[in-house]
Design a protein around this ligand. Structure first.
Ligand code: ADP
Length: 375
C-alpha cells in the first residue's frame, strides 16, 4: 500500500492507496487545527479507532504514522511538496542529501515548504528504510522557455532564484495525461479554479506558460489571495503597513473574500443577493478572461479550454460567463452539457473545444511513488 501526504501549515491530509486500485483511496483522512486542537476526520472502510493526537505537527505525526504503519503494510510514502526550485523537473526519491537540498528552498516558499518537508524529515529519521518520494507543484513547468520564466529585474536576481516557477503542476500533469483520450488539440489552456487558482497554457501536453509566478500569489484572483498586483501598491502600503501584515492581507484577506467582504467561498457568493458578492464574482470572471487572452497570445492560439478543480468542475455559471467573454473567438458552449457538468462542453460548431475534467493530484503522486519509490 502507498501512503500519500499533503501537509500544510494547519492541516495534514493523508490517503492510503492499494497498488491495484489507484482510482480512489482505501482511506483518506484529514487532521485540522493541528497547532491548536487537532481534529481527526477519516473516510473509508474498516478505519481503526483514531489515534490520540497531541498538539503541534510533531505530536500529530507521532500519533498518526505509527497508527498507519501498525494497521497497514505501507511500502512507500509519496509527498506533495510545493517547491522543487529550478533543478527538480520530476518527482524524486528522498535521500538525506536531497532532503537537505529541498530545505534550502524554504526561503522561496516560506509559507508551505517547511510544512511539506516536516513529515519527510520525520519519517526519514524514524523509519529510514521506508522509501519516500517528493512530488513538486513546480516540476511540471520546467519545460517552459526562459522567456516565460524571467522577470524584467536586474539579471542577478534571476540567478538568485527570483524567477517565475508556476504552481498547481500536479493538477496540470493529471489533466495533460487525460487529454489525449479526449482531443488532439495542440494548444490547450487549463483553468485550475479551486481556492487557489491559476491557468496553464499547454503546447503538445507540456507547460508553455502559466499565470502563477515566483509565488502562489500571482495571476488570477483567488479565494483569499489577490492575484497579480502592481508592485507599486505594495510599495505604497509599506509606508504605513508592516511586511508581515501585508503578507496576511495578500494571502488571507484579499481575493473573493476581500472584494465581497462576505466569503472566500464561490458557492456562498453565487447564492448571496448582496451587490458586493456579485462584484467579486464579476472581477473573478473578468480576470480569468483577461489572462486567457494573454495565454492565447503567447501560445499562438487556443484550440481547447479545460476547466478543473472545485469551481471549474462544479460551477456551470462561472464556466458559462468565462466562455461568453471569449465568444469573440467563436467559442460556443453546449448549454445543456455545461449545466450537467459533463466532460465535453463545446457546441459542435465551436472552433474552440471546451472540457470539464475533474482533477486528481493524489493519483499523480501515487503513480510517481510507485515508479520512483518501489522500482
Ligand atoms: P482547494 O484549492 O482548497 O483544493 P477546491 O478545489 O475544493 O479547493 O475548490 C474550492 C472552491 O470550489 C470553493 O470556492 C467552493 O465554493 C467551490 N465550489 C465547490 N463546489 C461548488 C459548486 N457546486 N458551485 C460553485 N462553487 C463550488
Amino acid at each position: 500500500m502507498i501512503l500519500v501526504f499533503n501537509a500544510g501549515s494547519s492541516s495534514i491530509k493523508a490517503s492510503l492507496y492499494q497498488k491495484n486500485n489507484l482510482e480512489a483511496p482505501k482511506i483518506s483522512l484529514q487532521v485540522d487545527t493541528i497547532t491548536t486542537q487537532p481534529v481527526f476526520k477519516a473516510r473509508g472502510d474498516n478505519v481503526p479507532p483514531p489515534p490520540s493526537l497531541g498538539v503541534g505537527h510533531d505530536s500529530v505525526l507521532s500519533g498518526l504514522l505509527p497508527w498507519f504503519f501498525e494497521a497497514w503494510p505501507i511500502q512507500a510514502i509519496g509527498h506533495r511538496v510545493v517547491h522543487g526550485g529550478i533543478h527538480f523537473a520530476d518527482p524524486v526519491r528522498i535521500t538525506p542529501p536531497i532532503l537537505d537540498d529541498l530545505e534550502t528552498l524554504i526561503p522561496l516558499a516560506p509559507l508551505h515548504q517547511p510544512h511539506n518537508l516536516f513529515p519527510l524529515r520525520w519519517i526519514q529519521q524514524r523509519f529510514p528504510q521506508k522509501p519516500q518520494v517528493a512530488c513538486f507543484d513546480t516540476a511540471f513547468h520546467r519545460t517552459q522557455t526562459p522567456l516565460a520564466t524571467w522577470f524584467a529585474l536586474p539579471r542577478h536576481y534571476h540567478d538568485e532564484g527570483i524567477q517565475r516557477y508556476g504552481f498547481h503542476g500536479l493538477s496540470y500533469q493529471y489533466i495533460a495525461e487525460q487529454l489525449p483520450s479526449l482531443t488532439k488539440a495542440p494548444r490547450v489552456i487549463v483553468a485550475h479554479l479551486g481556492n487557489g487558482a491559476s491557468l496553464c497554457g499547454l503546447k503538445e501536453g507540456k507547460s508553455y506558460d502559466t499565470t502563477m509566478g515566483f509565488s502562489a500569489l500571482d495571476g488570477l484572483m483567488m479565494g483569499t489571495r489577490s492575484g497579480s498586483l502592481d508592485a507599486g501598491v505594495i510599495l505604497h502600503l509599506l509606508h504605513h503597513t508592516s511586511p508581515e501584515r501585508i503578507q496576511e492581507i495578500l494571502y488571507k484577506e484579499s481575493g473573493l473574500l476581500g472584494v465581497s467582504g462576505i466569503s472566500h467561498d464561490m458557492r456562498t457568493l453565487l447564492e448571496s443577493p448582496h451587490p458586493h458578492a456579485a462584484e467579486a464574482v464579476n472581477l473573478y470572471v473578468y480576470r480569468i478572461i483577461r489572462e486567457i487572452g494573454a495565454l492565447t497570445a503567447t501560445l499562438g492560439g487556443c484550440d481547447a479550454l479545460v476547466f478543473t478543480a472545485g469551481i471549474g468542475e462544479n460551477a456551470p455559471i462561472i464556466r458559462q460567463r468565462v466562455c461568453e467573454g471569449l465568444s469573440f473567438s467563436g467559442l460556443k458552449l453546449d448549454q445543456e452539457a455545461n449545466l450537467q457538468n459533463k466532460i465535453c462542453l463545446h457546441h459542435p460548431e465551436s472552433p474552440v473545444e471546451v472540457y470539464c475534467i475533474p482533477t486528481h493530484e493524489e493519483r499523480v503522486i501515487v503513480e510517481a511513488t510507485i515508479v520512483h519509490g518501489l522500482s
